[in-house]
Design a protein around this ligand. Structure first.
Ligand code: SAM
Ligand code: SF4
Length: 329
């Protein structure tokens, strides 16, 4: 039985584990310009600790685990963690920038991973360099194809930003016409050090208007909303794939949220925007029980976006929070 309910009756069965704060890209919307201070290795969970803490969550009712980061594939012991977590009774999945996917494809297939989220914010190589400050566009493209060849379902995460890539909504959706891929447009969210401004995000409403204008509203088919979904999904009539919109800023899915996060330094975080963190790693190292800490953290979960009001631009007052790269998306 799942023991991870909060005061709003939401059950938490989906754990997102960040494996590292390091990354091989430098996405402007995620990584603060000045970088993030490097911490000693001892501050982060070892592979045994990741698996040990994950087992406690599974005992409480977690049945889905997503590995994220920073870039999870940068962990030298990624294969070991993947192998160990694959032994647990969970759906195991991954969010990655895709650069190193080719190195791990066989192991991911062997671990039973059926679906991967890959972040790619542009289809234009030069623009990829500007957004990520790195030149790995071709490798990411090839790795998306490689995952599909290996029958792994691919969802492509696209953070839309005004004046940066908002002219690529239609080119991305065109990819769904002939490929069984899901494009997920994410509203640009505010985090420590990412120069977010209200006007820079492209809202769900704007995205849909662009799509309606181009394809005609009669050709857009809304898909059923899965329980605990984070994206509203649509299909262009006759398309093989689909597209979705993750509208965390203008139209969030908090009512049915089932997610809980474990940061690479072993803190449990009940919402992307929450400033409440509970240190599980220290307790685990001291051989203390961590289940009461997990339950207590979930009971403190706010109804929506960690208590942040994003209904109007003037109300968005970020409270103390980490940068996205240290949370894990
Ligand atoms: N490195 C991996 C990747 O890029 O997929 C995993 C970690 S990344 C922090 C997880 C997700 O968060 C990515 O899809 C990324 O696009 C998204 N993300 C990062 N910063 C964001 C922001 N400010 N607003 C919206 N999404 C963001
Ligand atoms: Fe790295 Fe992913 Fe953040 Fe880009 S979005 S800097 S790839 S962690």
């Amino acid at each position: 039985m799942n023991q991870l309910s909060d005061t709003f009756g939401r059950t938490h069965n989906y754990l997102r584990i960040s494996l590292t704060e390091k990354c091989n890209l430098r996405c402007t919307y995620c990584m603060p310009e000045e970088g993030i201070p490097l911490k000693p290795k001892a501050h982060f969970m070892t592979s045994d600790e990741v698996v040990g803490i994950a087992k406690e969550f599974v005992a409480l009712g977690t049945d889905k685990i997503r590995l994220t980061g920073g870039e999870p594939l940068l962990r030298k012991d990624f294969s070991e963690i993947l192998y160990q977590l694959a032994q647990l009774p969970v759906e195991l999945t991954l969010t990655t920038n895709g650069v190193l996917l080719d190195r791990f494809m066989e192991e991911l297939v062997a671990a039973g991973v059926k679906s991967i989220n890959i972040s790619l914010d542009t289809l234009i190589p030069e623009r990829f360099k500007t957004i990520t400050r790195r030149s790995d566009f071709d490798r990411v493209q090839k790795n998306i194809e490689l995952a599909q060849k290996n029958e792994i379902r691919v969802k492509i995460n696209v953070v839309l930003m005004r004046g940066v890539n908002d002219d690529e909504i239609i080119p991305f959706i065109r990819q769904t016409l002939s490929s069984d891929v899901e494009i997920r447009f994410i509203e640009f969210m505010p985090f420590e050090g990412n120069n977010w401004e209200w006007e820079k995000k492209i809202s769900e409403k704007e995205i849909l208007q662009t799509v309606f204008n181009h394809f005609g509203s009669e050709n857009i088919q809304p898909q059923n909303i899965a329980p605990n979904a984070t994206a509203r999904e649509y299909k262009i009539k006759g398309a093989k794939g689909k597209f979705g919109i993750i509208s965390t800023v203008t139209h969030p899915f908090c009512d049915t949220c089932n997610r809980i996060r474990l940061t690479a330094d072993g803190k449990v975080k009940n919402c992307l925007f929450s400033s409440q963190e509970t240190d599980l790693l220290s307790a685990y190292r001291n051989k203390e029980l961590i289940t009461p800490l997990i339950i207590q953290n979930i009971m403190q979960k706010e109804h929506s976006r960690g208590g942040l009001d994003m209904s109007k631009p003037e109300l968005v007052q970020l409270h103390e929070n980490r940068s996205m790269i240290t949370i894990g998306g």
